[in-house]
Design a protein around this ligand. Structure first.
Ligand SMILES: [Zn+2]
Length: 213
């Protein structure tokens, strides 16, 4: 089967992007904060119960707080970095800054640096890219040259905040330096619009990160 471009769904409450990837295995990257909203939105493209994997780039509530509820409904496996799972557990599945609690969940597949999530034609290589949060991951599809960057880098030279708990500017800079070495055609960020010629965007992020972090 030929793989379609990832489908972007903008989710409440803070407009985090969820990406639906349709291959032999079906995956979503992040969940947003409203399970009912996402199930309805996914239903335009697929029977949501066909989704195999819920991949979480990181545990911030705007990206991941619907994961527990979704997992119950979808029976999909949650994939996450172990450091990030310890991090979200240390806050007892809440966002102290925003006063939001989310339904606790367990991780089914822990992924670390260099692990590959095989979807069929697509293979998502995991990069551990701390700095925005301790266990943030980016996902790189080497053949397509796609990068799902969570809140690590955004288009037009933007990059993730480091002033939330667990943020670390020096680590983020190192993470962006690594991403800037990749050949990336299309960037699928955790907020904002996907962009082409993505390596240029990431290099701009690196330039600004070097000045500001
Ligand atoms: Zn975040």
């Amino acid at each position: 089967m030929s793989v379609k471009e990832p489908i972007k769904i903008v989710t409440p409450p803070l407009a985090a992007n969820v990406y639906l990837i349709l291959d032999e295995k079906k995956a979503i990257v992040d969940t947003g904060g409203d399970a009912a909203f996402l199930i309805k939105a996914l239903g335009k493209y697929i029977n949501p119960t066909e989704i195999d994997y819920i991949i979480l780039t990181h545990s911030h509530f705007d990206h991941a707080s619907a994961a527990g509820e979704l997992k119950e409904y979808l029976k999909a496996k949650i994939i996450m970095h172990p450091v990030e799972y310890e991090f979200v557990k240390s806050f007892n599945f809440s966002s102290p800054l925003f006063g939001i609690n989310f339904k606790p969940f367990t991780v089914d597949i822990s992924v670390e640096e260099e692990n590959v999530i095989e979807l069929g034609e697509l293979e998502l290589k995991v990069f551990h890219t701390p700095g925005h949060t301790p266990g943030s991951i980016c996902l790189y599809e080497e053949d397509k040259k796609w990068l799902f960057s969570g809140d690590v880098v955004f288009p037009h030279g933007s990059f993730g905040r480091v002033d939330f708990p667990g943020g670390n500017g020096a680590e983020l800079l190192k993470s962006i330096e690594r991403l800037a070495k990749l050949e990336v055609e299309k960037l699928y960020p955790g907020h904002d619009e996907p962009v082409g010629k993505a390596s240029e965007h990431i290099k701009r992020s690196l330039m600004f990160a070097r000045m500001m972090l």
